[in-house]
Ligand binder design. Structure first.
Ligand SMILES: [Fe+2]
Ligand SMILES: [Fe+2]
Length: 309
């Protein structure tokens, strides 16, 4: 059994039913630079459409495998809702690739292949094709559920950032992109406790959170900046800037636009990530379900989905 303090509490700490909102987004009027006059931040955030789907489909597969190990009816229900929400996130962001990035001649396939490799090879049930001994299978599942709990801390942080960032509105960013980011962010906040609850329920250990976050942060941030740079390098508007990761422009511009409020800064992301290893960490106190549902009640896509349902 876990030594985590949460073991003394209830298995499910999700305070709302997790429903799937069947949203759809029409990107046909979305410009490539969806934050006007800011190609850098536009690409930095647009890469999310290409980074997230592979991971979210992986979450769905893994949590379906975790279901038989969950012996609490409420938590089981949370997990089913979590799977449905993540599947919809992945589909919605994939439509961002087809409906928006492809239309602007951005090549994304080579980058997506690299992201998929992580889930199809090292994080697969058979890592690099190697069939694990039966007695190791549960450990391997728990370890990966721990990695997802760490990622979900990050997605909650980013969801809150998207909901609370007025700079994008002030700069008249594209309404459809803002809606997909905030709808997704709001649902990340709604289900912020599920992955952590599951990790504790299946035997996750507090100390394991240190290597997990140490693994997740560089991989996630590495993939993010790699993908952002990949999009920027294809954009004629940035061709004289050489937005490569080994160049100064990429990092200076990130700092400048973070100060402007168009992007989360690297310091912000690292500081927020480090909270995951605090002994008193509790996803429930990381964000507000009311705030998230407040946005969902006004989100054009979520309202359309509710009306159709
Ligand atoms: Fe998601
Ligand atoms: Fe999530």
């Amino acid at each position: 059994m876990s030594t985590n303090a949460k073991t003394t509490m209830k298995a499910s700490n999700t305070d709302t039913p997790l429903i799937q909102r069947a949203v759809s987004f029409d990107f046909s009027g979305t410009p490539l630079h969806w934050i006007p006059d800011d190609p850098y931040s536009s690409h930095f955030i647009s890469v999310i459409h290409t980074l997230l789907p592979a991971g979210e489909f992986f979450f769905c597969r893994l949590y379906n495998k975790a279901l038989p190990h969950i012996h609490d009816a409420r938590l089981k229900n949370d997990v089913r809702g979590f799977i449905k929400q993540e599947a919809m996130h992945a589909r919605a962001h994939s439509s961002g690739i087809g409906g928006f990035l492809d239309a602007h001649n951005m090549e994304t396939a080579s980058y997506i292949k690299k992201v998929e490799w992580i889930f199809d090879k090292p994080l697969h049930d058979k890592p690099f094709g190697y069939q694990l001994p039966k007695r190791m299978e549960k450990h391997w599942l728990v370890l990966r559920l721990g990695l997802i709990a760490a990622i979900e801390h990050f997605t909650c942080v980013l969801g809150k950032y998207a909901l609370e960032n007025p700079a994008w509105d002030k700069s008249q960013a594209d309404a459809v992109v803002l809606d997909i980011l905030r709808w997704h962010g709001a649902e990340e906040i709604e289900h912020r406790s599920v992955a952590f609850d599951v990790y504790n329920h299946v035997g996750g250990h507090y100390l394991s959170r240190f290597p997990q976050i140490a693994f997740v942060v560089p991989i996630l941030l590495g993939l993010w900046v790699m993908g952002a740079s990949h999009l920027m390098q294809q954009d004629p508007a940035l061709s004289n800037k050489q937005p490569r990761l080994r160049g100064l422009f990429f990092w200076r511009e990130w700092r400048r636009l973070a100060r402007k409020g168009h992007l989360p800064s690297l310091t912000f992301l690292l500081t927020e990530a480090s909270r995951y290893v605090m002994p008193g960490y509790d996803p429930a106190t990381e964000a507000s379900t009311e705030q998230a549902q407040g946005y969902l009640s006004t989100s054009p896509a979520a309202r359309r989905a509710a009306a159709a349902a």
